[in-house]
Design a binder for this molecule. Structure first.
Ligand code: ARG
Length: 460
C-alpha cells in the first residue's frame, strides 16, 4: 500500500504508477534526501516533537540506508513514486514506529524543495570548478601567444591586427562572468524551504533556523508558500548554463573555422578529432560541432522550465515534478562539454605562421595608415578617404600597402614619409594598440594577471 494509501480503496493503476513516478529522475538525490531528513529528525528531537531516542534511531537508520544505497544493496521502486517515499518506507520497514514519526511537521513538498536545493547547490559548485579549470587552460594558452599576431575580424572580414592571446582572453572574460553568475545564483538560492511543510507551515514548535544551519543554508525561506513553490533558482541556473554553453558554442564555431583549410590557424590533436568513413583525407572537428549542437538542448531545457512554471497557481502542483529532468540534463551536458573543450584546447596546435600570413593579407593595417596621416595633422575623415583610395589602387595592382614605394605613396598624399613602413608593420600595429584592454603585450599581460588573481581567489 502507498504511504498515502489510507483514503484510497483501490490500488493505483500500473499505468499511473509508471506515469506518476519520479524516482527514475530524483533517485540521484538520495544523499540530499537523507541529509535533509537527518537534519529534520534531529530538530524534531531537539524541539521535543519526537523523543530523542526516536530521533537517534531515525538518524542511524538513515545513515545505514545511505551506505546500502551506495553499496548497491537497495533498489528503489516506482510504486513508491519518488526518492522521498522510497527512503521513508525503507526506513519504516527497518526501524518500525520511529520511522513513521519522521514525517511529523514535514511534507514531501518542502522535502523535495530542500533536496533539490541541496543538489543544485552542489552541482553549481561542480560547474564552477570545471569552468575555473577551463579558464586555467585559456590562461596558459594566452600566456604563450601574446606575440602571436593574427587578424581580428568584424563581419568575419579581416579588420585589425590582434594577438591570439587577446582573442583567447576575450573568451576568458566571458567565462569569468559565467563563474560569477553561477556564484550569484548559488548565493540567491541558498535558503532553506524545510519546515514550509505542505504550504502553510505547522502548528508544531519546529525550529527552521536549526535545520537551515545544519544544512548550511543562510536562513529559512521567509514565506512558506514561496518556500515550496519557488523554482526561480532552477530557471536562473538554466539561464546561466544557457549563456555559458552559448559561449562554448561561439568558441566552437571559431575552432571549426580555424581548423578548415581556408583558415588553418590551428590543428587539432588526433585524440580530439575524428575521421570520415568514406573520405580518407578528412580530419573533422566533431567535438566542437557537437558542443555547438548541444547548445540547442540546453536552451530547450530553459524553455521547458519557463513553460512549466508559467501557469502554476500557488503553492505546490504536480507540474513541478517536471523541474528536475531539464535541469539535470542541462547540468550533465555542460559538465560534459567543459572538460572536453578544455582538453581540445590544451592539445591543439596553434599555427602562428598561418595566422601571421592571414594578418598580412587583408589590409588590416589600413586604419593604422589613416592614423599615420591623422597624427601628421590630416583630419581623420580625409585620411580615411585617402587610404580608401590607396587600398583601391593596391587591389588593382595586386600589392599590399607596405609593398607600395614611397613615391607611389607620396603621389596619393605628400605627408607620407619613410617612417610609414614602420607604422604599417603588422606587429607594430598590434603592439601599438596599448590602450586599456587592447592587444599590446603590456595589456594582455595585465589581463592575464587579473585572470590569475581571479583564479587564485577561488583556490586555483
Ligand atoms: N515527486 C514529487 C516531485 O518531484 C514530490 C513532491 C510530491 N508532492 C505531492 N504532493 N505530490 O515533485
Amino acid at each position: 500500500m502507498k504511504l498515502w494509501g489510507g483514503r484510497f480503496r483501490k490500488e493505483t493503476d500500473t499505468l499511473v504508477d509508471d506515469f506518476n513516478e519520479s524516482i527514475s529522475i530524483d533517485g540521484c538525490m538520495y544523499q540530499e534526501d537523507i541529509r535533509g531528513s537527518k537534519a529534520h529528525a534531529r530538530m524534531l528531537g531537539d524541539c521535543g516533537i519526537i523523543s530523542k531516542e526516536d530521533s537517534e534511531k531515525i538518524i542511524v537508520g538513515l545513515e545505514e540506508i545511505r551506505q546500502d544505497v551506495e553499496a548497491g544493496k537497495i533498489e528503489f521502486t516506482k510504486e513508491n513514486e519518488d526518492v522521498h517515499m522510497n527512503i521513508e518506507s525503507i526506513l519504516t520497514q527497518r526501524i518500525g514506529d520511529a520511522g513513521k514519526r519522521l514525517h511529523t511537521a514535514r511534507s514531501r513538498n518542502d522535502q523535495c524543495a530542500v533536496d533539490t536545493r541541496l543538489f543544485i547547490r552542489r552541482e553549481i559548485g561542480e560547474v564552477i570548478e570545471e569552468t575555473l579549470e577551463f579558464l586555467q587552460v585559456l590562461k596558459d594558452l594566452a600566456a604563450q601567444h601574446q606575440k602571436t599576431v593574427m587578424p581580428g575580424y568584424t563581419h568575419l572580414q579581416r579588420a585589425q591586427p590582434i594577438s591570439f592571446a587577446q582573442h583567447l582572453l576575450a573568451y576568458a572574460a566571458m567565462f569569468q562572468r559565467d563563474v560569477t553568475r553561477l556564484e550569484e545564483c548559488r548565493e540567491r538560492m541558498n535558503y532553506s524551504p524545510l519546515g514550509s511543510c505542505a504550504l502553510a507551515g505547522t502548528t508544531y514548535p519546529i525550529d527552521r533556523w536549526q535545520t537551515a544551519k545544519e544544512l548550511e543554508f543562510k536562513a529559512p525561506c521567509s514565506n512558506t508558500m514561496d518556500g515550496v513553490s519557488d523554482r526561480d533558482y532552477l530557471i536562473e541556473l538554466l539561464s546561466d548554463l544557457s549563456i555559458e554553453i552559448m559561449h562554448l558554442s561561439r568558441f566552437s564555431e571559431e575552432v571549426i573555422l580555424w581548423t578548415s583549410s581556408e583558415f588553418k590557424f590551428v590543428e587539432l590533436d588526433d585524440g580530439y578529432s575524428t575521421g570520415s568513413s568514406i573520405m580518407p583525407q578528412k580530419k573533422n572537428s566533431d567535438v566542437a560541432e557537437l558542443i555547438r549542437g548541444k547548445t540547442g538542448r540546453v536552451y530547450g531545457d530553459l524553455m521547458a522550465m519557463l513553460t512549466v512554471m508559467k501557469g502554476i497557481p500557488l503553492a505546490y502542483n504536480k507540474d513541478m515534478q517536471e523541474d528536475k529532468e531539464p535541469v539535470i540534463d542541462a547540468l550533465t551536458t555542460v559538465k560534459m562539454c567543459l572538460p572536453v573543450f578544455a582538453g581540445m584546447l590544451r592539445t591543439m596546435k596553434p599555427l602562428p605562421e598561418n595566422m601571421r600570413r592571414a594578418a598580412n593579407e587583408g589590409f588590416i593595417n589600413a586604419t593604422d595608415c589613416a592614423d599615420y596621416l591623422t597624427k601628421r595633422g590630416v583630419p581623420f575623415r580625409d585620411a580615411y578617404k585617402t587610404v580608401g583610395n590607396l587600398v583601391h589602387y593596391c587591389l588593382e595592382i595586386g600589392k599590399t600597402l607596405e609593398e607600395l614605394s614611397l613615391e607611389e605613396l607620396k603621389q596619393i598624399h605628400p605627408l607620407f614619409g619613410e617612417d610609414v613602413y614602420e607604422a604599417l608593420d603588422i606587429t607594430n600595429c598590434m603592439e601599438l594598440r596599448s590602450s586599456y584592454g587592447g592587444p599590446a603585450v603590456s595589456e594582455t599581460s595585465r589581463q592575464i594577471s587579473e585572470l590569475e588573481r581571479f583564479l587564485a581567489e577561488r583556490g586555483w
